[in-house]
Design a protein around this ligand. Sequence first.
Ligand SMILES: Nc1ncnc2c1ncn2[C@@H]1O[C@H](COP(=O)(O)OP(=O)(O)OP(=O)(O)O)[C@@H](O)[C@H]1O
Length: 249
Amino acid sequence: MRFGGLLAVNAVDMSVRSGEIVGLIGPNGAGKTTFFNCLTGLYRPTGGQVSFAGRPLPPRPRKVVQAGMARTFQNIRLFQNMTALENVMVGRYCRTSAGPLTSIVRGPKFRREEAATRARAQELLGFVGIPEAGESLARNLSYGDQRRLEIARALATDPQLLLLDEPTAGMNPQETRQAEELIFRIRDSGLAVVVIEHDMRFIFNLCDRVLCLVQGEVLVQGTPEQVQSDPRVIEAYIGTSDEGETGDA
Ligand SMILES: Nc1ncnc2c1ncn2[C@@H]1O[C@H](COP(=O)(O)OP(=O)(O)OP(=O)(O)O)[C@@H](O)[C@H]1O
């Protein structure tokens, strides 16, 4: 992915299997979010190809979600003035069949689907640990709960692959532990998960494999043990001006 003269992501080749958690680390500006944006159709890559489950994916977010890839955002992007339940229901609509006409007429088929969507959304709120939040407006939830809600909305699309962009940013230690436990449960349900994170303790504890990006390219990849002891990774972080990234920021 090129932005003018800047090659933001170059030849990043990554695979992730069902039931596996892969971490994506790297200093600020390494290209992590740009990589997610390329995968999910927010950016049209200037070169290369995204394939999912063996099929090429067009760079269109709706097609990507329908193919089974869902994501959350570094800066939470909820519908702040809708309830938590409604936010999750929105995620579900890519799997329902009601078109505009059915929605206006609101016949029995629409009502059946709507009830099923509501029930599934409530179930997902329970799964992410906020079963009581359904009627609260998203903007009134705590920061940690908003992050869980974003995950619930992503899960509502029935993904096979979940991309999480800094899921613990702004969380306190207790919320971070709960997020870790939630991601393990998501993995255990058979999904493939890719996580971007700056919190090293979190990522090395969570992931089966870790890739370290630097200036848009994969510098090192391997098990958490291999990556955290690799001098090139340590150097890549120390070499940045953001010292906070070397610790638990
Ligand atoms: N839309 C854009 N237009 C121009 N340049 C961009 C755009 N998006 C990202 N970049 C540049 O691409 C590079 C990679 O940015 P990106 O946000 O992907 O990094 P990152 O690894 O996610 O960083 P961080 O950890 O700070 O979120 C940066 O130099 C950034 O300035």
